[in-house]
Design a protein around this ligand. Sequence first.
Ligand SMILES: [Zn+2]
Length: 512
Amino acid sequence: MLRYAPASVRKPSVSHKDEDIQITRRRFLAAGMAASLSSFNILVCNYEKDILPNILVFMPDSWRGDHVGVRGYGRPVCPEIDTFASTSCYYFRNAYSQSTATKQSVASLFTGVMPSVHLAGLQPNTYTVSIDSDEQADFTTRTQTIRSQFKTLAECLSSCGYHTSWISANPVVNDAPTFERGFDTVITTGPERKLEQMEEVDRWLSESAQEPFFTFIHVYDPHFPYLEHFPYSATGKCFGDLFGEDVFELIDGLPQPDKTILRLYLEAHKESKDKYGNPLELAQLSKQGLSVVQKLYDAEIRSVDERFGRILARLKSTRVLDRTLVIVLSDHGQSFSDHGVFYHGHSPFYHQIHVPLLIHLPGQSAPTTVTHPVSTYDVFPTLLTLARGSIPDYVQAQTLFSPTGQLSVSGDRIVMAEADMRRLKPREWDVTVIQADTKVNEFQALGAPCVHDDKDEDAKRPCSSDSGIRHMKTLLKQKKAENVALAKAFGEPEWVSISKETVDVLEAIGYL
Ligand SMILES: [Zn+2]
């Protein structure tokens, strides 16, 4: 049985640390944070504790929006999530992240503003690494993070009365202390600690969660490398059990150099669990080789789906689901040499920003598919709306539901995504704006803003003189200018130090 205590009864702060898992409990006084927001709307919650829903956000990393069964993907990659979506969720077919990179995207989820406004990033313009050639010398790193003037989602929900927790496996955000603001409990695990992370989730739900709770679970998979499913889960299933194909037989049937590249890649990982692999190696593969890589990726999604199924089963068996709002989404997508690039963190191409988004309202027993474009950072005002909190007036995201749970997405909604592309000035970042079926990109490498067909961005065509396109181009320029102005209102960037160990991991998984 789950054990819950009234929200007003919180556990005292505790601190636990070991070499693999770090747990901290931190509380920040809402009054102190509000003082720094004097020029903005001060957060006021007019909630009634008894009717606040619990909130559980489940966020796999790098899950592209077309690898979902409910969208029509041919392989059974996520049966648990498909069933949930097709019976009791709002499924947003056209949901887009604000960035192609983890940290920028998560910071947007946590603040409700675009990356060029919050300026929390990882690329060299916002991230510096100073490495002395002498290994004995001091090693100094720092990263630009969420500025203190922003109210984070967890801070907002905490001041509404929520018991908050963040259970994350991605070191990109785990080592950015300000991301922890507002969370009562922070549990961080490394990318390879998949089962340990789920044990922590189980433990938190069964022993620590106090209603109403808000828990944000950031799962590392299906992020590169696509290897950890040998065996992929507690049940010991592997690729062949899932899809009826032996991955090594598939590889042996590939032409060279694909066969050698993938053989070396998989064998190297089997010999050393610490080796993450190099995405650049796989970028050399032909289309045929990449199709095998996508199958490996799908097996990762299947393992994520199994983990979600465990959480859902727990919520159902304890009837906590009846009063819990559940969100499933990803921080960005992934390119498999679509548009000539492999991995993510590139320009905001369709496959790097199109992600799954499911929202289950408490008690919902019928599905709804929403086709209008929406942004994933809309989760910020949506949760505050449904939690009866006030939304800071600088927030750019839009709520997806009214306070009574009515869908409030309009067809003319404009969504935007950005990528810093290692450029110092946000004015020079690559940008995509989408309205209905039209997408306009401004990628510096391509020159002036251009229009792309929805998915086939390799087949770019110049912006026409069509009035709708002219409108989109004007809109793109306006949005960029608005973002720069809003960013300035929050003052200078803020930096935090990160450890050498984290830098090593980030390098190993391809972030640096
Ligand atoms: Zn990510």
